[in-house]
Ligand binder design. Structure first.
Ligand SMILES: *Cc1c(COP(=O)(O)O)cnc(C)c1O
Length: 426
């Protein structure tokens, strides 16, 4: 592959044109393995950012995609409907909490978040109230488009760069009580205070339930989420759950909200929705919210992407959800959680390590100082694994089909990186 052209002309996520790192050329991928152009096999520890839950090149997903190409690759969704979309929305309504009865299909996670915020704003507008603010958590991540960025941690997403353009919302201190810790009631204090002071201007609370992903890989206590739901009910504020990273089994429950037994008013899903094959997302809401939105001045919900409900994406999502419905993900994620619990604690012996944590098919090693991306990435490739850390976080979210040897290899690669000075900033 022409890596020099790639370096000189192609932007990869969050990369520089003046100081680009060379990318690794992947030729193919199958099961839990990525194969580089030179034939090197890497055990995947990332599921291509939470998405490839059933593994790569899956025969069932491939067949679904092939079959749909023989019918139609795409057709507009305005005034037209099709079986793949109907099947998908039926499954989503069946799998998610029973209050969620209306589905909006969009192209990416960030757009699903934009849609959820617009729903909340239109809801209050229709009720004749001006509520221009959202309440969210520090260390949160909700996407890279403007509204999604405005509810993402201001420091991580460098809000100061966009000052004057980005709306300013309200951030509560993120939970400090971990998933497995004993619940401390004062953890919810800041959130409760902010909601009490500002509730009349707040359209909705938006958060990532249980796992804060790209903003810090923090796993928090289900009681926090329960309290958030109670407080939203007390003050009559909508709750948006962004399950784009956590949805479809990643945390050991089908949706992370189930850890706290709560139902959001609006739910965003994406990433693993198509088993990692194509970009597709969905925003679900209740009949009450949907009907209120549509009873307002506009008379409808004001959004409609060109590629809404793309049939290929819907078809492969249906195949992925059918695999989910077999329930196999439950034993798979339980096993992976057990292996993380077995292998990760010993990494704490390294003086480089600040914390290790895990939940479902998520394993995190937090270091005291940031990694050096070029050297640690090469180290992982030399060790036959694909792990892509950021900052002080080395984390794994492997495909659900990973076996114990795969997990051991991922953890061993991290353990050996911890011994190398050149893998860390000095
Ligand atoms: C990845 C992510 C998004 C954004 O999804 P994209 O498909 O990258 O736009 C939003 N919210 C959460 C929690 C995510 O992890």
């Amino acid at each position: 592959m022409d890596l020099e052209f790639d370096r000189q002309h192609i932007w990869h996520p969050y990369t520089s044109t003046t100081n680009p790192l060379t990318c690794y050329p992947v030729e193919s991928a199958s099961g839990v393995t990525l194969t580089l152009e030179n034939g090197t096999n890497l055990i995947d520890g990332m599921s291509s950012w939470w998405a490839t839950i059933h593994g790569y090149n899956h025969p069932v997903l491939n067949d679904a995609l092939h079959a749909q190409t023989q019918k139609m690759a795409h057709v507009m969704f305005g005034g037209i409907t099709h079986q793949p979309a109907i099947d998908l929305c039926k499954s989503l309504i069946e799998l998610t909490p029973d209050n969620l009865q209306h589905v909006f299909l969009a192209d990416s996670g960030s757009v699903a978040v934009e849609v959820s915020l617009k729903m909340a704003l239109q809801y209050w507008h229709a009720r004749g109230e001006s509520r221009p603010k959202f309440l969210t958590l520090s260390h949160g991540y909700h996407g890279d488009t403007f509204a999604a960025m405005s509810v993402t941690d201001p420091n991580n997403s460098m809000h100061s760069l966009y000052k004057g353009f980005l709306p300013e919302h309200i951030f509560a201190t993120s939970p400090t009580c971990g998933f497995w810790d004993e619940w401390q009631e004062n953890d919810i204090m800041d959130f409760a205070n902010k909601l009490r002071c500002h509730h009349q201007e707040i359209a909705a609370v938006i958060l990532e339930p249980i796992v804060q992903g790209a903003g810090g890989m923090r796993l928090y206590n289900p009681m926090y989420l329960q309290r958030v739901r109670e407080l939203c009910d007390d003050y009559g504020v909508l709750l948006i759950a962004d399950e784009i990273a956590t949805g479809f089994g990643r945390t050991g429950k089908l949706f992370a909200c189930e850890h706290a037994n709560i139902k959001p008013d609006i739910l965003c899903v994406g990433k693993a929705l198509t088993g990692g094959y194509m970009t597709l997302s969905a925003t679900l809401t209740s009949k009450h919210v949907a009907d209120t939105v549509c009873g307002g001045e506009a008379g409808c919900f004001m959004h409609g992407p060109t590629f809404m409900a793309n049939p290929l994406a819907c078809a492969v999502a249906n195949a992925s959800l059918n695999l989910i419905k077999t329930g196999e993900w439950q034993t798979q994620t339980r096993d992976i959680q057990r292996w993380f619990a077995q292998y990760l604690p010993k990494l704490k012996e390294s003086t480089r390590v600040k914390d290790v944590r895990w939940l479902g098919a998520i394993g995190v090693v937090e270091t005291h100082i940031p990694v050096r991306m070029d050297t640690i990435q090469q180290h992982f490739v030399d060790r036959g694994v694909w792990i892509r850390p950021f900052g002080r976080l080395i984390y794994m979210m492997p495909p659900f089909i990973s076996n114990e040897a795969n997990i051991a290899q991922l953890v061993n690669a991290i353990e050996s990186a911890l011994l190398r000075d050149d893998c860390f900033a000095s």
